[in-house]
Design a protein around this ligand. Structure first.
Ligand SMILES: Cc1ncc(COP(=O)(O)O)c(C=O)c1O
Length: 299
């Protein structure tokens, strides 16, 4: 299948306060964000015209920038409104939304205090890709890279630089025939996949690693709230790599992955089961509700 490059598409991109034709949304090669990874982004999904948990994504974007030492020069209200406008302007209802903020060209060195902060928001069609195949589950390999300690990298930020080890891990997993990779943390405990959080079912209870050195996903928190609403027991704790084999079900949760069963982790096989199936259905129903309904589920 021929790839359609992301810079050669029709549509509009919101950039620094105004819409520009898609192909004109350019920046200079001497941008600090490109050289020093001084960028933060979000990944959002719209279902039937509503961006799921938009306010939470916007708040995380602003906070991600602050963790990297910069202030995005737009209010949360302006950013959220721009996400919605970008969706409408591109004539989309079921879509992926990618806001990204980065340091500009004023300085190109480690110190970058005087750089201007830019913000762009792009939107592209993203219909549900899984359908009936979802319950087959994905296959995870073991990542060779680990999530760094919170005093080694700004791990609470959705910072572009943190994705370097994700891409490396995912490429190796793909070469080995897997869909994605399970990453451990710097201590050797279970962390997450390269772009989604992970959950295990042990003795009928749902367990997920405490997000001390990786993203506390918005989907993760939503899934925990959905499970508790069904009186399921949800436990956040340190999960050792040697415990994985005892899980009866394993699944991923993330904006892109939604709730996706895991069929194997390396040699260990899992059968997607009832708990995963229930949470997939609950999540699928929730994302299609109005923002007011979604807000009722405290996550
Ligand atoms: C590394 C990583 N972890 C977890 C997540 C899940 O986060 P969320 O549910 O907020 O999309 C993502 C996706 O954004 C991610 O990239």
């Amino acid at each position: 299948m021929a790839l359609v490059p992301f810079d050669d598409r029709d549509g509009w991109i919101w950039m620094d306060g105004a819409f520009v034709p898609w192909r004109d949304a350019k920046l200079h090669v001497l941008s600090h964000g490109l050289h020093y990874a001084s960028g933060v982004f979000e990944g959002e999904r719209a279902y039937s015209g509503n961006i799921f948990r938009l306010a939470d994504h916007t708040a995380r974007l602003i906070e991600s920038g602050r963790i990297l030492g910069f202030e995005i020069p737009y209010s949360a209200e302006v950013i959220s409104a721009a996400c919605n406008e970008a969706l409408v302007k591109n004539g989309l209802t079921d879509a992926y939304i990618r806001p990204i903020a980065w340091r500009g060209t004023e300085q190109l060195a480690v110190s970058a205090q005087l750089t201007k902060i830019h913000l762009a928001i792009a939107v592209w069609a993203w219909p549900n890709l899984f359908g009936a195949d979802r319950m087959k589950g994905v296959r995870l390999g073991h990542a060779k890279w680990r999530r760094p300690a919170p005093d080694t990298a700004p791990t609470a930020s959705k910072a572009a630089g943190l994705y370097m080890i994700g891409t490396l891990s995912k490429h190796i997993a793909e070469e080995e025939g897997f869909t994605d990779a399970l990453m451990l943390d710097y201590k050797g405990d279970v962390a997450e996949a390269t772009g989604a959080n992970i959950f295990f079912v042990f003795n009928g209870e749902i367990h997920t690693p405490t997000p001390t050195c990786f993203l506390d996903g918005i989907t993760r928190r939503t899934v925990m709230a959905l499970a508790r609403k069904r009186q399921m027991t949800v436990v956040e704790r340190v999960i050792g790599a040697d415990e994985i084999a005892n899980a009866s079900e394993v699944f991923l949760a993330g904006t892109a992955a939604e709730v996706t069963p895991v069929r194997c982790i390396g040699e260990m096989q899992f059968t997607p089961g009832k708990i995963t199936e229930t949470l997939i259905a609950d999540y699928d129903a929730l994302v299609r509700m109005s923002p007011a309904e979604v807000a009722k589920l405290a996550a």
